[in-house]
Write a protein that binds this ligand. Structure first.
Ligand code: ADP
Ligand code: ZN
Ligand code: ZN
Length: 797
């Protein structure tokens, strides 16, 4: 068969369609192109070069509308030497298109490492003297894109024969790695600096700097080991220290220090779970095990078993759990057979891991959500740890849930899927109840000395403290008691549905984002007000723009504010703070945890990101500063989230011999999510929450689809929303219920007004077809400025 035509899906942001375009294959390349390769093709009237994917090849006999095939344009460059998408991925994309309502191109792109989605050129080199003489002449390297199709074909053949090497380089600027340095520039100013005796941290830094010669240079992170960011910033602001950023070379260093992790003898419950999983041939298990019950140990041994059978494994963890602790355990057990995929890696590093997978060198892939797409062959088992985590659902296009993709891939490859959690999502647990999944229980902690911690609820209405807005006296005393015993404390501030802002005390003025219907959040480290939706930044006003008063104060309990409060109340506590601000830099998260693990601090204070995966034996107290902020959100899952979060964070206490205690501060002590978290009663929570979901026709009793309709003009958004509602009402059957349109809880962001519609259904035969026609509405000229998001099973409202 002679293929002359390639069917190509093209990435055109302004004109999206799933319909492939036909292009001629240049004769020279005819033998070399294959389905799953990326190409550059001329597109539109301007013949702009666009990237696309070959999804099919044909001999041209189906091009019945053309009188002559030469009317077609030709491919101008093949971007890959081998297909980057395999047949499994292409089949998956086809099926995902039925449940994920965004164009196929977004699904195909999600399956690839970023580097392959952006403009990188291929640089060819050779170690073969004959090839060098014939094709390279005097050149050391050749840029592939500079070749014509005939020359490209020659190079692709040589590459297949292993006679030339290829690497990708960014076409724009090269990615460089930089490092922050701090230098001591003005010792005289340091000597003259007066600091009040109350500012003990500043005094400590001053004393330290006085012993150092002028022009001493430290790395910023090195200084942060001993001094807080705020203190360093203070000395910078005084002109005593100077902060600079210098370029450094990229170091490998990922697998540098691996702490051995011994295989454990499984206990009776673990053994039962392990045996059931390895004896299965496909199917899905729910491994429901209390925190610390040894789920990870079961995963590790299930994977080891798969490897022993010559198979491979994917292990998904929520992004935040990709701590050195977790990755270390996998590398310690499986060495360089492990590929790690997480957002902290650069595009180049991710591509390298992906290559390890394609080449078959990597047998175990550990990664966050998108790792579910890796082209791993011969999969024996897929594991999703903390399966209830919302981070498994992508909240931009394509809006897929990694769990659904995992179910599909396990089916395709006849692999066994294991979903693990201490607090399974109601959807998963309900399926286990119906025996669609097989339920396995781990009911006690694996470390026999470790007990499930005692949880106390503090009703903040009765424990209000004049000294502090955030801490009750009971919690403060407990913290001091633990520090005195040289034990460690984890404090969590629930940031969901909460933020700090500034307000004028005299007139109540709160600065809002000009683009979004929301107040600006205060960031003390950058001394700015930021919008969490669109990124708008403003400086902090010192007088009220509304009434000129100077009584501008900040409100809310940002982690920085709570840290300051804590240091006022317990001045000699050593506190490490972990939140979005302190973990922006690559490796910062790891660094904070390893310092806490090494005992460099008494207290780890952070947002929800501290709730997961931590396993520090010396932590005997976990305090939740505000349990209930998320309960007020207009989201039917807010109780489930609160219960899951409290159970998770409570699980951080008493993980070894020392008994753990948990104190939960709340204004809603009677709420069932809080009361049942106190007794670690998942079963009770499941029953009560299921009753609520049934009564209100929510998942898992009903499926949901959310449509968000946005426009710069509010009346256009409203008009389109009603238009879509009529369309849905007319074309869906009586099985579907349509709610709305109503404005989104935050009605305006990015200068767009948002309205939402919610479809609830148990069975709806017309759903896919109707939603696709809604999706296509934006392709209509009249609706060009309209944005429609269709979110199947939305996780956030
Ligand atoms: P989970 O993933 O359920 O939170 P882990 O697998 O992290 O639990 O186990 C919690 C702790 O118990 C870890 O320190 C782990 O090394 C230890 N552990 C797990 N299984 C066993 C076992 N069978 N015997 C002894 N210790 C174990
Ligand atoms: Zn004012
Ligand atoms: Zn904004």
């Amino acid at each position: 068969m002679c293929y002359q035509i390639a069917k190509i899906i093209i990435d055109v942001p302004t004109m999206q369609t799933d319909k492939p375009f036909s292009y001629l294959i240049p004769e020279d390349l005819a033998q070399l192109v294959a389905v799953g390769m990326r190409v550059h093709v001329p597109f539109g009237r301007s013949n702009r070069l666009m990237q696309g994917f070959i999804v099919a090849l044909s001999d041209g006999s189906d091009e019945t509308e053309l009188s002559d095939l030469s009317e077609l344009k030709a491919i101008s460059e093949v971007l890959d030497f081998e297909p980057v998408l395999n047949s499994e991925q292409l089949a998956l994309a086809d099926d995902m298109r039925q449940t994920v309502f965004s164009y196929k191109i977004s699904i195909l792109k999600a399956m690839l490492p970023n580097l392959l989605n952006s403009s990188y050129d291929k640089v060819l080199t050779t170690a073969d003297s004959e090839v060098a003489k014939t094709y390279f002449a005097t050149k050391k390297e050749i840029h592939f894109s500079s070749l014509d199709t005939k020359e490209q074909a020659v190079m692709m053949k040589l590459h297949r024969e292993g006679r030339i090497n290829m690497r990708y380089v960014a076409q724009s600027k090269a990615h460089v790695k930089t490092e922050k340095r701090v230098s001591l520039v003005d010792k005289l100013a340091l000597m003259n600096l007066a600091i009040t005796s109350r500012a003990t941290k500043r005094l400590a830094m001053k004393a330290f700097l006085e012993t150092q010669p002028e022009e001493t240079i430290w790395t910023y992170s090195e200084l942060l080991v001993t001094f807080s960011r705020d203190v360093v910033t203070f000395f910078v602001s005084q002109g005593i220290l100077r902060l600079t950023e210098v370029e450094v070379s990229r170091s490998q260093g990922y697998f540098d220090q691996v702490v051995p992790d011994e295989k454990k003898q499984l206990n009776a419950e673990q053994t039962r779970a392990y045996e059931a999983i390895i004896q299965a041939n496909g199917g899905t298990f729910l491994l429901e095990g209390v925190t610390g019950s040894g789920k990870t140990e079961v995963y590790l041994q299930v994977i080891a078993h798969a490897l022993a059978q010559g198979k491979t494994a994917i292990m998904l963890v929520p992004e935040i759990s990709l701590t050195p602790l977790m990755t270390n355990r996998f590398i310690a057990r499986f060495g360089d057979r492990v590929a790690i995929m997480h957002s902290g890696l650069s595009d180049g590093e991710k591509y390298d891991e992906w290559r390890k997978i394609v080449s078959g060198e990597a047998k175990v892939v550990v990664g966050a959500r998108s790792a579910i797409f890796v082209p791993l062959k011969n999969i024996g088992t897929i594991i999703i740890d903390e399966e209830h985590e919302t981070s498994y659902k992508q909240d931009s296009n394509p809006r897929y849930h990694a769990r659904d993709v995992a179910i599909w891939r396990a089916g395709y490859q006849q692999a066994t899927l294991v979903l693990g959690s201490a607090t399974p999502s109601l959807e998963t647990r309900a399926r286990a109840q119906k025996e669609v999944y097989q339920l396995l229980h781990l009911t006690h902690r694996a470390n026999v000395q470790a007990k499930i911690p005692e949880v106390r609820i503090l009703d903040m209405r009765k424990h209000l403290n004049d000294q502090s807005a955030s801490f009750s006296k009971v919690l403060l005393d407990k913290i001091s008691e633990k520090i005195a015993r040289q034990e460690q404390v984890v404090l969590m501030l629930n940031r969901r549905g909460y933020s700090s802002f500034i307000m004028c005390r005299d007139c109540g003025y709160v600065p809002d984002c000009p683009n979004c219907d929301i107040s600006l959040t205060l960031h003390m480290d950058t001394k700015t007000l930021n919008c969490h939706y669109c990124g708008h930044t403003a400086s902090i006003p010192y007088t009220c723009p509304n009434c000129q008063s100077k009584q501008i104060r900040y409100y809310g309990s940002g982690t920085q504010k709570v840290e300051e409060e804590l240091l006022d109340l317990i001045p000699d506590a050593r506190v490490l703070r972990m939140d979005v601000d302190t973990t922006k830099k690559k490796g910062a998260h790891e660094q904070i945890l390893s310092r806490f693990g090494a005992g460099e601090a008494d207290i780890l204070l952070g947002t929800q990101m501290i709730a997961k995966g931590l396993d520090f034996p010396n932590v005997t107290l976990v305090g939740v500063i505000n349990a209930d902020t998320a309960l007020n959100l207009p989201d039917f899952r807010s109780s489930e989230r609160t219960f899951q979060l409290l159970t998770q964070v409570a699980g951080r206490a008493g993980r070894a011999e020392k008994a753990g205690e948990v104190l939960i501060q709340t204004f809603n002590p009677e709420h069932y999510a809080i009361k049942l978290a106190q007794t670690h009663d998942y079963e009770g929570f499941y029953k009560q929450e299921m009753a609520f979901r049934r009564q209100l026709n929510y998942p898992p009793y009903f499926y949901t689809v959310q449509l968000v309709i946005s426009h710069q003009l509010e009346e256009e958004a409203v008009k389109a929303s009603y238009e879509i509602m009529s369309l849905l009402t007319a074309q869906l059957t009586e099985h579907a219920r349509i709610l709305g349109p109503i404005p989104k809880p935050i009605a305006r962001t990015h200068n767009l007004y948002h309205y939402q519609l919610l479809i609830k259904y148990r069975f709806e035969p017309n759903l896919v077809q109707v939603l696709n026609s809604v999706l296509e509405m934006t392709q209509n000229r009249a609706h060009k400025k309209l944005r429609i998001i269709i979110d199947n099973e939305p996780q956030n409202f």
